[in-house]
Design a protein around this ligand. Sequence first.
Ligand code: ADP
Length: 270
Amino acid sequence: KDGVYLEIQTTLYDKNDHLIFVRDVTRLHLLEQMRKDFVANASHELKTPLTVIKGYLETLSLFKDNLPKSMQKGIDNMSDQSDRMEQLIEDLLLLSRLEGNDKREESQWFNLIDVVHAISNVTAPMLTDKHTLSADIPDDARIYGSYKDLYSAFSNLIVNAIKYSPDGGTIQIKWESGEFNGVFSVKDSGLGIEPRYIPRLTERFFRVDKGRGSKTGGTGLGLAIVKHVLLHHDAKLHIRSQPGVGSTFSCYFPANRTRIDTIPALPTPI
Ligand code: ADP
């Protein structure tokens, strides 16, 4: 029936018998849809007032030098926090779009090295002289997918590698392609993560160290975005990490998204 959602599960009961569980999850599905709509609408509605606040703040900043020191500090604080809020709204809107399967970004073949170069240009100011960033990406490495969404996913991984290596260290970006898949990985020698937290990292707003967020400036949505972008590309995220040693985030893409020769030829038109 239209609008009814059922969850079906089968288990082997005996040698030849199966148990089939059918659960009506219509209400759960509706609640989940209401949650998604609420987040999407609220984020969208917050955008306009924030644009107005940021506009006035920019004007106020022009006259900052004539104001007392305490007020100058207040303006800087408000600017930082409104930038943070803007990033949070952008991330929430991106997550909403990724969760609503209907609005997919267009896919195309593109060179991986182009995305990595574009991200490195933006992240360069975050690096200190104690950081070493290297990228081992063959010139002919390509991916079939949404450039915009994969840019967001890879950039979240690279920004995290830098953010969570506060004392510096090496960050290695790598592409390895095999017969069955292509793997994009970001390895850092930073803080690392305790094993018990790893399964929860892609939850929305999950942070290992809750207090760290305000210092590092993250939104807690980065890895949730990575997970959803990868889902759209039939890809999987693997996380390996050791506290005090570092972490490796690897994205496994199926061969048909990384090698042109694996795409079946189109039938010749008659
Ligand atoms: P945030 O905006 O807080 O960085 P993310 O969703 O990107 O949110 O990451 C969730 C949490 O996972 C982070 O708050 C941090 O605790 C942990 N984390 C992510 N990447 C790394 C990394 N490379 N090294 C150590 N911890 C990390």
